[in-house]
Design a protein around this ligand. Structure first.
Ligand code: ATP
Ligand code: MG
Length: 629
């Protein structure tokens, strides 16, 4: 058996011993008495009796050894700002923000909703919350009023922290009017709104409710706010899933388990060293932003880059110029961003000195082989796919080079990480599939490891009913993703359980068809959905964005390309998987986190109501499809 296999095996068979060792990676104010309390499944309590603090582990504990090293590097290509905070400065700013929140009446256990662009104050607000035991609920900046209102109602915050505006591609997006409207719509009214004024968009203050951050901060320049020691099981935050498959779920996370899980992942999976720089090009509105912009890198004593801007402005080399400038060692982004870069000059990938960069991590959606190859070859660096969910907070499937160096397989995020007892279940019989190369639903046997969701915020019933089911004698958590495991233990994700289509009795994952289509050299992006068909039950429909950015081929070229693409699928998967039609669009409908909204495309194709679209990025992309039909 290999080292990793042993490591994984022990994490399951000697669960408590294994995690007790990992727990030594963080500081505890009071040691825990019990590693895991799973007496009320599926609810798992980690490090029971222990007390700690996330902000202490991310900031304060580094002061003794690295106070003057970089902690937070803020870069905005929107406002042309760049600002570096050392751990000492970050510590000071977090205390100032914490003092402001206390001033506004925030108490331990209160929720603070953070509706912010990617600016340092957003990081200060998150860390200030965990510092004082308040529960942050970050809502992706720029969400429309309706989406924001429903989250305000669910989280019932005491205070909302916001800013006048964000900016995207040079265009100012005023947040305050959106927030005002959301607060008008919501039946819950927070007592105070703390406003960071960036000077981008003048805004109206509501008397007795809206408070400007800058003057309040001035009052607290020297206020010391010690970390509040909280129980390991104290909630640190709530965060909503991306809403790809329906109404978003409010994920609730603990404190101790999360800190341990992140510290362990930084060591075993990401291999980040204190003093180095981590660049996660995501947004604090998503789980990647929580785990791998803010908490993970800082807990590991690394500097983290917070980037406001597009990956292609001023040009598609901007990220790599930051890698050079800040000597980034580890980088993290989503395949969708790589696909955006892929439409631009590949020479930009090698224009800068990337010698500091060791690895590029990608997560969030299936990483197709052509995209993976393009970026890996272009950068000349290893690319590591990792598969996880908002619910789990850290990778379920990937490779852990910090434990044992393992090869990557294109198309596979890797094998089950330590702590995760991953299984595949037969969809029809519900039985566990033990042979290699069988297709099943990817589930995790409880308890979920540290760092994963504790429950759905204020809705234990929904947590149980949504995610858990019993297979003979065992309780398993469903990821709602299809997977397949090969003989080496590598998993391949075949798509969402509701993304399987049934063509004349053949069950096909939309992902497989997409993968095949995207291997065609003219294709930049593709979405495949199953559409009801009288004859065959369902047929596959493909929507394609061609590589030549933003253009639609002319009719003759379309016809030829459609035929070519069908031939490609025929050759790779067989005629049964061939899409009935290939249609060309300039953009695909995605969530704001870059995930394909297949269910919405499918609904439009079947002339149904597309359902909850609160997280859609660009409604006109869906309109294009509507217009085509
Ligand atoms: P919702 O649960 O509200 O429908 P969502 O599932 O898109 O939204 P997230 O938690 O942001 O919300 O996304 C997790 C999902 O993203 C996974 O369940 C999986 O479908 C997909 N995913 C994430 N990483 C990968 C990856 N590396 N390869 C394939 N799929 C991935
Ligand atoms: Mg999900």
């Amino acid at each position: 058996m290999t080292r990793f296999a042993d490591f994984h095996k022990r994490s399951i068979s000697d669960r408590d011993g294994f995690w007790a060792e990992q727990a030594a990676l963080i500081d505890w104010h009071k040691p825990f008495e019990q590693v895991c309390d799973y007496s009320h499944p599926p609810f798992a309590k980690w490090f029971v009796g222990g007390q700690t603090n996330l902000c202490h582990n991310a900031v304060d504990r580094h002061l003794a050894t690295r106070a003057d090293q970089n902690a937070l590097i803020f870069v905005s290509t929107e406002t042309e700002q760049e600002r570096v905070y050392s751990f000492r400065e970050l510590h000071a700013e977090v205390q100032r923000m914490a003092a402001c929140l206390l001033d506004l009446g925030v108490k331990k256990g209160d929720r603070v909703l953070v509706y912010m662009p990617m600016i340092p104050e957003a990081a200060f607000a998150m860390l200030a919350c965990t510092r004082i035991g308040a529960i942050h609920s970050v809502v992706f900046g720029g969400f429309a009023s309706g989406s924001l209102a429903s989250r305000i109602e669910d989280a019932t915050p005491t205070v909302v922290v916001s800013a006048d505006a964000g900016s995207r591609g040079g265009k100012v997006v005023a947040y305050k009017p959106l927030l005002d409207e959301a607060l008008r719509l919501s039946s819950h009214k927070p007592g105070k709104v703390l406003m960071v004024d960036r000077g981008l968009s003048p805004f109206q203050r509501v008397a007795d409710r809206d408070v400007d951050y800058a003057p309040l901060r001035e009052k607290h320049l020297k206020t010391e706010v010690p970390c509040v020691w909280v129980d390991s099981t104290h909630p640190s935050y709530t965060l909503y899933t991306s809403g790809t498959t329906g109404k978003p779920k409010g994920v609730q996370r603990d404190t101790g388990g999360y800190a341990v899980a992140l510290a362990a992942s930084m060591k075993h999976i990401f291999q980040g060293q204190a003093g180095e720089t981590y660049f996660s090009a995501s947004d604090i509105g998503w789980v990647v932003g929580h785990s791998y912009i803010i908490y993970g890198p800082l807990i590991a004593g690394m500097a983290t880059i917070m980037y406001e801007g597009l990956p292609i402005r001023p040009d598609a080399g901007i990220w790599w110029s930051l890698v050079e400038k800040y000597k980034v060692s580890l980088m993290f982004t989503a395949p969708t961003a790589v696909r955006v870069l892929k439409k631009h000059d590949a020479a930009l990938l090698t224009k800068y000195d990337l010698s500091s960069l060791r690895t590029l991590f990608l997560a969030g959606e299936p990483l197709d082989e052509p995209t993976a190859q393009w970026i890996a070859q272009g950068l000349g660096k290893p690319v590591i796919d990792n598969y996880w969910q908002t619910e789990t907070g850290w990778p379920i499937l990937t490779i852990a080079n910090g434990v044992e160096k393992a090869p990557t397989k294109f198309g596979s995020p890797g094998f089950a990480m330590y702590g995760y007892d991953v299984k595949l279940l037969d969809d029809a019989t519900g039985k566990e599939l033990t042979e290699p190369n069988q297709k099943g639903v990817l589930v995790i046997e409880g308890p979920l490891p540290p760092g994963c969701m504790q429950t759905v915020w204020r809705d234990d019933e929904r947590f149980i009913n949504t995610y858990w089911k019993t297979i003979p004698g065992r309780l398993v958590y469903s990821t709602f993703d299809w997977g397949i495991r090969d003989a080496d233990g590598y998993y391949f994700i075949l798509g969402r359980t509701d993304d399987v289509i049934n063509v004349a009795g053949h069950r096909l994952g939309t992902r497989e068809i997409e993968e095949s289509i995207s291997s065609h050299p003219a294709v930049a992006e593709v979405a495949v959905v199953g559409v009801a068909d009288q004859l065959k039950g369902q047929v596959a429909m493909a929507f394609v964005v061609v590589k030549d950015a933003g253009s639609i081929p002319d009719d003759a070229a379309k016809l030829k390309l459609e035929g070519d693409i069908m031939k490609t699928v025929d050759g790779q998967l067989g005629a049964v998987a061939r899409p009935a039609r290939v249609r060309f669009v300039t953009a695909l409908p995605k969530t704001r986190s870059g995930k394909l909204l297949r269910r919405a495309i499918q609904a439009v194709c079947e002339q149904r109501d597309p359902g909850d679209l609160t997280t859609i990025e660009d409604p006109s992309a869906l309109q294009q499809i509507r217009d085509l039909l």
